[in-house]
Design a binder for this molecule. Sequence first.
Ligand code: NI
Length: 138
Amino acid sequence: MSDLVRFGISLDKHLSDKFDKQIKKKGYANRSEAIRDLIRNNFVQQQWEDQDEVAGAVTIIFDHHKRELQSKITDIQHDFHGIIMASQHIHLDHNNCLEIIAVKGRAKEVKRLSDLLSAIKGVKHGTLNMSTTGEGIL
Ligand code: NI
């Protein structure tokens, strides 16, 4: 077994309380186990980002009533046509639209597309799910 290293972490109370609540909900035995998982996930994420080619989906939720928003979102997607395989627009409810954009390409480019879309004013939430065919790591 590898050597154990102990270190302390300073957090403000609000953040610490939230973290404790979350790890309890997820069923971790203690903070150490939860933090180890966070660190491992971070390494996996980093490994994905270093991959030449990833596949995944960008998901955005935005305000249907802001008319200029849809055209901005479309403009950006045209700039990235080389990595976008398909997209689907769902009229979520009276006010909100959901768009799911399937992507395949260099991780950095996929990330850039996701960042640009998420940063548009009026886009309420954006997520990027990056996956990989696993060559070399899975
Ligand atoms: Ni819509």
